[in-house]
Design a protein around this ligand. Sequence first.
Ligand SMILES: [Zn+2]
Ligand SMILES: [Zn+2]
Length: 254
Amino acid sequence: MRLTVIGCSGSFPGPDSPASCYLIQAPYEGRTFSIVLDLGPGALGALQRVIDPRELDAVMLTHLHPDHCLDCTGLFVTRRYDPRGLPSGRLPVYGPAGTADRLAAAYEGIDEHGMTREFDFRRLMDGVPIHIGPFTVTPRLVNHPVEAYGFRVEHEGKVLAYSGDTDACDALRSLCADADLVLADSAFVEGRDTARGIHMTGRQCAQAALDAGARRLLLTHIPAWNDPEVCRADAAAVWPGEVELAQPLAVLDL
Ligand SMILES: [Zn+2]
Ligand SMILES: [Zn+2]
């Protein structure tokens, strides 16, 4: 499978990156199957450098904080009002409870249908795998102030684990077990951020990935107010190999 980082700025768009969005693609039935994990502010624009949004096969939202879902309102516009006509079928949008209402509320003045004629809203359930195209995606509830999931994406024996937004938690052990790549929320900094139940430091990301037997660590969700090298150094205190930082439009093949 191919991961393209569309947006990796934590909590809000940064000067060089949209907020959270990761495009996952693999060949399927003679074409490329494409899903996005999260669609935060700015991501829909950057996504169009890589793919026509009409070709998306699904959107999977880890949680409903605005930095992970608000560009679904723009995606809705592309599906309702494109003068070329509508793509066939509704686009599956997976999310926590209340996703349809949350996105409709973000779009001021929408009609009584909300976004339900454009999007096929489906509820994520902890530990229940979703078989979609060539992928199996298993959501796991993580440790964040709202209903929030990490995603374990499996394809032909390869595993990509995306933590979503989370503090360190037991669910990361199964989420990241033997993963080829762990994409981990590294918004917090050791010695600075003491609030619990929100985000991880680089060190916590590295420990979670190490405990789970993961092979590669990619830090993400770093806000513009952080020095990314501080996050990397926090992780390097624990992680034995190279600590990688997500970069916009980086392409990683697993
Ligand atoms: Zn976030
Ligand atoms: Zn969040």
